[in-house]
Design a binder for this molecule. Structure first.
Ligand code: G3I
Length: 788
C-alpha cells in the first residue's frame, strides 16, 4: 500500500483536531492547579503584591492549596533586632492562607543570606552564637506553632562541590549546627514537618550525594528531619534525566520530597534582546510537563507537593536578580495562563509515564521462540491471511500489562511492524512510516492509542514468515514475547531481504523491550528508509521515539552527538528521524528498552555501607535488611565521581526479610591510583530493577606512608612508643583520658621510618585507660593504653 495520502490520513487529522479541541475543553474554567493535582500545589508569594494587587490575590487564592513566603519569614524580615521581631508581613500571609484553607510552608529559619545587620555584626563566643541561633528558631517556630505545617529549617548549607558552605553559622558553630537546628525547631513545634532545602540537586552529583549522606546520618542518629526541599530553579537546558535522577535519589531516602521553588528560566544566557517565542514556550511547557509526571511517580506518601517560585513573569526574582528579560513562570506578566500552565494540567491528568529520559539501549541476546507459544495468524475478523497490510486475530498477553492507565491482556499484531494493545484492530491495516515523508500516515500521528512499534514501515512477508507469541516466567515476573520472524521491507529497491525482531512485555515494572535478531541485507543499492521505532500512548506527544541517522550504528551509546537518541513526541523534522539502510544492520541482540518514571522503593534496605583504606586494598563492607527478590550487588568504582564502572559482583545471600546480611569485598587493584576514588553499590533485583547506594570517597596519597604508632601496653610510669611514617617532620602527641579531656601535649620531631620516643611525663597520671593520639597535617593515629 503505497498511496498513503488517503482517506484514513484525512480522517486521522480530523480526529486529532477533535481530540485537541476536547483536551482544551476538558480544562474548563473551573479547572485549577489545586483541583487537579493529587498532591498540594503551591506558590511562594510576595506579601506586598498580596496586599496591593487584586489579580495576584485572586490567583493566589484560586490556584494553590499551599503557600510559601518568598521573603517575609527570612531572618532579616522577621527578626530585625536582637530583641525585636516583626510579625506583620508574615502574619498577613498566614491570615490570607488560613482564610483560603491553604497549607503554609515556612521559609526559612537558617540561611547564609537575608541576615539582619545585628547578626552579621554580632561578636560573641560560640555559646553566644548558639544562643542566638536557638532563640531565633524557637521564637519564630513557636510563634507559628499549630498554624504552619512545615519549615525549611536550614537552607543551602552546601557548596556545589558537596562541602559545607562557609556560612556565618558554620564558622561560629561547627558542622553539627545543622542537626541542632532541626532539634531546636522540633522542640518548639513537635508537629511541624521539618525540611532541609537546597538547590542544584540536578546539576551537582557531589551536592546531591552530600545531602543524601547528611540525611542518612540524621536518620541513623535520630535527628528530627521529615523532608527534603528541591528548589529546582532550572532552565530550558536542564536535562530531563538529571531532573528525574535528583527526584529519584531524594525519594529513595524515604522522606517527603517537596519541589519547593520551581521555575524554568528561558534566558540563562542573559540575552538582553531575547523575546518569548512559541518555540521557547513549547520547550518550557514540555519541561514543566515532564517534572510533574516524574514527580507523580514517587510514592504518594512522599509527595509533599510542588511549589513554584512566585506566580507570574511580572513577579519573578530572576528578572530582578539577573537584570535580564525572562519568562520562567506559569502566568504571563498580565496574569494570563501560559502554555506551561496547560502542560502542567496535562501532566497531572495524563497516565503516560514513559519518557525519553527513561529509555535505554543495551546489548543483549536474541533467542528465537522456536515452537514455544503459539503462531499468530493475520486474518483479523476472518479475512484472508496475508503478510502484507494485515492485522492478526486478537492475541493473549498471558497476564495484565499496565500501560498508559489501562490494564491490557490482549493485543493485535500488524504486519507493518507494530502492535496495538487491546482487542481492537488499528484504524487502518496500512499504517506505516513512509520513506521520505516523515510526518504523515505513520503510527505516531495515527488516531490509534497505545501502539508499540519496533520497526514501523511498509513491511511484507517472505516464504518463511511467521509471527508468534510466547509468555514465560512466574506470576509477577512474566514476560510476553511477540516475534516477527523472516519478514522483509517493501521499499523499492528492497533493503532487507530478511528481518527478525521481538517485542517483550515485562509484567514486573511495565518494561517494554524491542530486541533485534539477525537481519540480512538485500543485494540492492543502499537506500535511505525512514521508519519509526518507539511507543505511543494517547496522542502524538505521549510517545517516545528513537532517532537515528541511517549510517549510524544501532549500537552506538545514546547521545545527540552520536546521532542516536530518544525523543518525546513526533520526529517532526529532517535530521530528527529514525533512518536506516541496508549497509548498517542491527547487531544481533540489540535491545531498546522503555521504562516508566515510576520510583519504587526496592525491598532491600542498606543499613550500612563503608570503605576503609587498608593500604594494600580498599575494604568495602555493607549490611542489609529486608532482602526480598534480591539478586546481587555490583561494586562500582569511579575516578572522577561521575562515571562509574562495575569492578565486581557479589551474589545476594538470600531472601530472608527477617535477617540482616553482611557482605564485604576488597578492591586490590589500587596500587597505581592516587587522589579520590569513589565507590557505590548497585543492588540488582531479580526482576531487573536496581538501586544505587550513596557514594563513598576514599582519598589516597601514595607519596606518604600513613602515620602509625605502637607502644608498650600496659605501662607503669613512663613508656616508649614507636612512630612510623614515610616522611620526616613534626608531629603533635596528645594524651587523652576516657572523658575526652586532653591531659598532655608533646610536639616531637620524627624521621622518615621509625622514631622511638620516650614519654616520661605520665608518671603522675592515675591508673586507667588513656588514648595516645599523634596528629600531623591530615594524618592521625590513635592507640589505647592501660596504666597499671
Ligand atoms: O526589603 C527591601 C526593600 O525594602 C527594598 O525596597 C527593595 C528594593 O530592591 O529591596 C528589598 O529587599 C529585596 C527582597 O528580595 C524583597 O524584595 C532584596 O534586595 C532582594 O535581595 C530579595 O531577593 C530575594 C532573595 O531570595 C534574597 O532573599 C528574592 O526576592 C527571593 O526570590 C529569593 O529567594 C531565594 C530563596 O529564598 C532561596 N532559594 C533561592 C531563591 C532565589 O534566589
Amino acid at each position: 500500500m503505497r498511496n498513503f495520502i488517503s482517506y484514513s490520513f484525512i480522517k486521522a487529522i480530523l480526529i486529532l483536531s477533535i481530540i485537541t479541541v476536547m483536551a482544551l475543553n476538558a480544562f474548563a474554567s473551573d479547572t485549577t492547579l489545586k483541583s487537579i493535582a493529587p498532591f498540594p500545589f503551591g506558590a511562594s508569594v510576595n506579601v506586598t503584591l498580596l496586599r496591593n494587587n487584586p489579580t495576584y490575590r485572586t490567583i493566589a487564592a484560586r490556584e494553590y492549596n499551599s503557600l510559601t513566603a518568598e521573603n517575609v519569614m527570612k531572618m532579616a524580615s522577621i527578626h530585625p533586632g536582637i530583641n525585636t521581631y516583626s510579625w506583620d508581613n508574615a502574619d498577613t500571609l498566614v491570615n490570607f492562607a488560613r482564610q483560603n484553607n491553604q497549607r503554609i510552608h515556612g521559609h526559612t529559619l537558617v540561611w547564609h543570606q537575608s541576615l539582619p545587620g545585628w547578626v552579621t555584626n554580632f561578636a560573641g563566643d560560640s555559646a553566644a552564637w548558639e544562643n542566638i541561633l536557638k532563640t531565633h528558631i524557637q521564637n519564630v517556630v513557636s510563634h507559628y506553632a499549630g498554624r504552619l505545617a512545615s519549615w525549611d529549617v536550614v537552607n543551602e548549607a552546601f557548596n556545589d562541590n558537596g562541602t559545607l558552605r562557609n556560612s556565618i553559622w558554620l564558622q561560629h558553630l561547627g558542622p553539627d549546627y545543622i542537626a541542632r537546628c532541626f532539634k531546636y525547631a522540633h522542640e518548639a513545634d513537635p508537629s511541624a514537618l521539618l525540611f532541609y532545602n537546597d538547590y542544584g540537586h540536578e546539576y551537582s552529583a557531589s551536592k546531591l550525594n552530600a545531602i543524601d549522606s547528611l540525611i542518612k546520618s540524621f536518620l541513623q542518629n535520630g535527628v528530627p528531619v521529615h523532608g527534603l526541599g528541591l528548589q529546582m530553579h532550572i532552565n530550558k537546558n536542564t536535562s530531563n534525566s538529571s531532573i528525574a535522577n535528583a527526584i529519584k535519589v531524594m525519594a529513595q531516602t524515604g522522606l517527603k520530597v517537596h519541589i519547593s521553588e520551581l521555575d524554568i528560566a528561558l534566558n540563562p544566557e542573559g540575552n538582553q534582546s531575547l523575546t518569548f517565542t512559541s518555540a521557547l514556550s513549547q520547550l518550557q511547557a514540555d519541561k514543566y510537563n515532564f517534572i510533574v509526571r516524574a514527580y507523580k511517580n514517587i510514592p504518594a506518601a512522599q509527595q509533599y507537593g510542588i511549589t513554584t517560585w512566585n506566580v507570574s513573569d511580572a513577579d519573578t526574582w530572576i528578572t530582578i536578580n539577573y537584570s535580564r528579560p525572562d519568562w520562567p513562570l506559569l502566568f504571563d506578566s498580565t496574569y494570563q495562563k501560559k502554555q506551561a500552565y496547560y502542560a502542567i494540567i496535562e501532566g497531572l491528568t495524563s497516565n503516560w509515564n514513559y519518557d525519553a529520559a527513561a529509555a535505554q539501549s543495551a546489548s543483549g541476546s536474541y533467542t528465537d521462540l522456536g515452537n514455544n507459544g503459539a503462531a499468530i495468524t493475520t486474518n483479523f475478523a476472518g479475512d484472508t491471511m496475508t503478510f502484507d497490510d494485515d492485522n492478526s486475530t486478537v492475541q493473549n498477553i498471558g497476564f495484565n500489562f499496565n500501560y498508559n492507565g489501562s490494564s491490557y491482556h490482549q493485543f493485535v499484531l500488524n504486519t507493518n511492524g507494530f502492535i496495538k494493545l487491546g482487542a481492537n484492530a488499528p484504524s487502518s491495516v496500512s499504517l506505516f512510516y513512509p520513506t521520505y515523508n516523515a510526518n504523515t500516515n505513520g503510527v505516531i500521528t495515527a488516531p490509534d492509542v497505545d501502539l508499540l512499534y519496533p520497526y514501523n514501515h511498509d513491511l511484507m512477508g517472505t516464504v518463511t514468515t511467521e509471527y508468534r507469541v510466547y509468555t514465560s516466567g512466574l506470576p509477577g515476573a512474566r514476560i510476553c514475547t511477540i516475534q516477527y520472524k523472516n519478514v522483509a521491507d517493501k521499499l523499492s529497491p528492497e533493503q532487507y531481504s530478511n528481518m527478525n525482531f521481538q517485542v517483550k512485555l515485562h509484567e514486573a515494572g511495565n518494561i517494554i523491550e524491542f530486541v533485534y535478531g539477525l537481519w540480512t541485507a538485500s543485494a540492492n543499492t543502499s537506500t535511505l528508509i525512514t521508519a519509526a521505532a518507539g511507543i505511543k500512548g494517547s496522542y502524538v506527544n505521549n510517545s517516545v521515539n528513537l532517532v537515528k541517522g541511517s549510517g549510524n550504528s544501532w549500537s552506538l551509546p545514546l547521545s545527540t552527538a552520536n546521532g542516536i537518541y530518544f525523543i518525546n513526541g513526533d520526529y517532526a523534522s529532517a535530521g530528527r528521524q529514525f533512518n536506516t539502510r541496508n549497509s548498517v544492520l542491527p547487531d544481533v541482540g540489540r535491545t531498546y528498552r522503555f521504562t516508566t518514571l515510576a520510583i519504587t522503593t526496592l525491598p532491600v534496605t542498606l543499613l550500612d555501607f563503608k570503605a576503609v583504606d587498608k593500604r594494600t586494598g580498599i575494604f568495602i563492607s555493607w549490611l542489609t535488611a529486608n532482602e526480598v527478590s534480591s539478586k546481587d550487588f555490583e561494586i562500582q568504582q569511579s575516578l572522577n565521581g561521575g562515571d562509574f564502572t562495575s569492578i565486581s559482583t557479589v551474589m545476594a545471600k538470600g531472601n530472608n526479610s527477617q535477617a540482616t546480611n553482611s557482605y564485604s569485598f576488597t578492591d586490590e587493584n589500587i596500587a597505581s591510583l592516587k587522589g579520590s576514588i569513589y565507590y557505590r553499590l548497585k543492588q540488582n533485583d531479580v526482576d531487573g530493577r536496581s538501586k544505587f547506594s550513596h557514594i563513598i570517597t576514599i582519598q589516597r596519597n601514595n607519596e606518604k606512608q600513613m602515620l602509625s604508632i605502637t607502644a608498650q601496653n600496659p605501662f607503669t610510669n613512663d613508656f616508649k612508643m614507636q612512630i612510623t611514617s614515610g616522611t620526616a617532620g613534626r608531629i603533635s602527641l596528645f594524651v587523652i583520658n576516657v572523658t575526652g579531656n586532653v591531659l598532655l601535649r608533646k610536639d616531637v620531631q620524627i624521621v622518615a621510618g621509625t622514631t622511638i620516643i620516650a614519654f616520661k611525663e605520665t608518671g603522675h597520671l592515675p591508673r586507667g585507660i588513656y588514648l595516645i593520639k599523634g596528629i600531623r597535617d591530615n594524618e592521625a593515629s590513635t592507640i589505647k593504653l592501660l596504666k597499671e
